[in-house]
Design a binder for this molecule. Structure first.
Ligand SMILES: [Ca+2]
Length: 206
């Protein structure tokens, strides 16, 4: 037996296997407070990894305890991975310790929902991906467990609707490249996560 990773054809998948795609742009964003314009709340789901706050490309809260930014996916989703993009031109360390939370509670921004991952550290403008391993929820939140500004320039949520999940034979085996590589994997800025990869078991004759 040989385990191999085969590159799937983008935009298609085999059989009735649920498709994962970035569902965040269709969501409803909100945040705990506004440092600047309220228009900034949409910057993390505008599909762009540009990350200069001074150019209006990021959301930015006030300095406060447990600041948060949240996307409401409108229905319960099965979440494979979440990728976040840090600010480019300043203050890269502010995001250290940030927690990604996934669940169905929107109370207090959803910061009490189960945790998918924690940011150790990120570079300027870096995009970091976390494997959420199929956690389910309507809300995805990033929050800081301290008193700080929270700045977020993009959040990509790779997921599919929970109601499409059937019996075990239809369990998803599709992963975005970021999820396949594991949580907290750094991606090159500008990389668009559209490719779908399939993990397949192959028999090889002796
Ligand atoms: Ca953005």
């Amino acid at each position: 037996m040989l385990w191999a990773v085969l590159k799937g054809e983008p935009g298609r998948c085999a059989g009735d296997i649920p498709m994962t795609k970035n569902v965040a742009p269709q969501g409803i964003p909100s945040q705990s407070s506004y440092f600047g314009s309220k228009l900034e709340v949409r910057a993390p789901i505008d599909g762009s990894l540009r990350s200069n706050y001074m150019a209006g490309e990021c959301a930015h809260t006030k300095k406060e305890m447990n600041p948060w930014w949240r996307v409401d996916l409108k229905s319960k989703m099965v979440i494979q991975s979440v990728a976040i993009t840090n600010r480019l031109e300043c203050c890269r360390e502010r995001i250290n310790g940030a927690e990604l939370r996934v669940g169905d509670s929107k109370e207090n921004g959803g910061i009490g929902n189960p945790r998918c991952g924690v940011v150790n550290r990120m570079n300027y403008g870096e995009t970091l991906s976390f494997d959420c391993k199929g956690m389910e929820g309507q809300y995805v939140t990033i929050t800081l467990p301290n008193r700080e500004y929270l700045t977020l320039c993009e959040m990509q949520v790779f997921a599919y609707p929970a109601e499409t999940q059937g019996n075990s034979s239809t369990s998803p085996i599709n992963y975005t490249r970021s999820a396949q590589l594991g949580g907290g994997h750094s991606l090159h800025q500008g990389q668009i996560l559209k490719e779908v990869w399939k993990l397949t078991k192959i028999s090889v004759p002796n």
